[in-house]
Design a protein around this ligand. Sequence first.
Ligand SMILES: Cc1cc2nc3c(=O)[nH]c(=O)nc-3n(C[C@H](O)[C@H](O)[C@H](O)COP(=O)(O)O)c2cc1C
Length: 153
Amino acid sequence: MDAPVRGRRLRDLRNAFTLPPGLAPANFPATPAGSSATELATQLARRIDPTFTWNDLAWLRSLTRLPIVLKGVLTAEDAARAAEAGVVAIVVSNHGGRHLDPSVTAIGALPEVISAVAGRCEVLLDGGIRRGTDVLVALALGARAVLVGRPVL
Ligand SMILES: Cc1cc2nc3c(=O)[nH]c(=O)nc-3n(C[C@H](O)[C@H](O)[C@H](O)COP(=O)(O)O)c2cc1C
């Protein structure tokens, strides 16, 4: 939920990023190998729905008994609302800072989220976890677990 619109990837534009020959995104047939950052961004933006609201989460909840994990929570208010909406877990995340440079950090938001959730659902965290001490800090602040993105890549 932390990316209702796609960020402007200035570094990709400056570096004239293109998909390497022979590598095309499987889910985006309109962006073949060799596509530029702008072409990729255009295709991706078409697939993002910025109108998602809490009502849509309630609708999703009504459709399934599967556990729902809500990713991208950064405030106490949203955390409390997510817990009330019946999610099994939230991921405190600012998308690895990839969409909005001056976003608050996930680790900075964690204490208020833990306090607001008050044990009603699990709280996970991602963004900037690079070494064991990062994991320990997150767990010490109350996260159940951490996730990693770019270190895997
Ligand atoms: C190449 C790439 C693609 C990503 N795609 C998505 C995505 O489709 N949906 C999403 O919620 N987060 C996406 N993310 C964000 C990650 O899920 C995660 O929040 C972030 O990478 C965590 O920060 P870290 O890379 O510092 O560990 C993506 C991250 C990367 C690097």
